[in-house]
Design a protein around this ligand. Structure first.
Ligand SMILES: [Zn+2]
Length: 261
């Protein structure tokens, strides 16, 4: 019956992905995420159920609004697919447990953070709060005695980013890190705690920041030069650390001669 639960996780994740899309569009525009019902951003027509089936609508609408024929961004499909796959990955990694559900929703919050930051260079507070609260709930259900470690992780994570930003400002004489980056590090820090898990998180963030920074730097259409998308990179790195098997994390820590459990 495993395939049945995997399919359920995929479909449930795709439905959550629709809501992730609503958040990505509405939060940076300061719009309510509950009303009005979904509508075409171009012609304003209210979308009906048939237009809003996760993943599938994009195909039978052939990527266009049914009313005004304006192309729909492929981002809607991509976000629904990533969310669906992240729900499957969470249950594969953590089993059919409450923690898997909390991690899956945390990945959705990270997805909102990554896409909004990439497009608007801002970090929506609603997604930060959601990510932080989900982190607290992970401790509450499994190891409430470790909540001080979670708080320490928030402080340590944000402090590290603040220090990197401070040094970057001294060296490059321009803003290297925004306050949004500090907030992301705080919320991720709650999940990882004041533990060595923060190390692979920051190492992966740096690598991914460079990896996605290069194509952005090559795109001349971006007016800002030297923008390193560190917020999206941290969101991706957090997702990897949440899902990585212990062997991967222990391998990275071993590279730095840090004893692993
Ligand atoms: Zn339309």
């Amino acid at each position: 019956m495993d395939w049945f639960f995997v399919l359920f996780a995929f479909l449930f994740g795709a439905a959550v992905g629709s809501f992730v899309n609503v958040c990505i569009y509405r939060l940076p525009r300061k719009l309510s995420i509950v009303k009005p019902p979904s509508h075409c951003p171009h012609c304003g027509a209210t979308l009906s159920a048939i237009d809003l089936v996760p993943l599938l609508s994009y195909f039978w609408l052939a990527g266009k609004c049914r009313h005004c024929k304006t192309p729909i961004s492929p981002r809607y499909f991509i976000v629904e697919l990533i969310t669906a796959l992240s729900f499957v990955a969470s249950v594969k990694r953590l089993g059919y447990t409450p923690e898997a559900i909390l991690v899956a929703f945390s990945l959705s919050a990270l997805l909102v953070i990554a896409f909004v930051d990439l497009e608007f260079f801002i970090v929506p507070d609603e997604a930060i709060w959601a990510l932080g609260l989900l982190g607290f709930m992970r401790y509450l259900i499994s190891k409430p005695q470790d909540i001080p470690i979670a708080l320490g992780g928030a402080l340590l994570g944000s402090f590290i980013i603040w220090v990197i930003g401070f040094l970057g400002k001294l060296i490059f004489r321009k803003e290297a890190m925004g306050f949004g980056d500090v907030k992301i590090a705080a919320a991720v820090g709650i999940h990882l705690g004041a533990t060595w898990l923060l190390l692979p998180f920051f190492i992966f963030s740096a690598f991914i920041g460079v990896l996605i920074g290069i194509p952005i730097a090559l795109m001349k259409s971006r007016s800002i030069t030297g923008y390193i998308p560190f917020g999206p990179a941290m969101a991706i790195a957090a997702g990897i650390v949440f899902l990585a098997p212990p062997s991967v994390i222990n391998f990275v820590l071993g590279l730095y001669s840090i004893p692993t459990s």
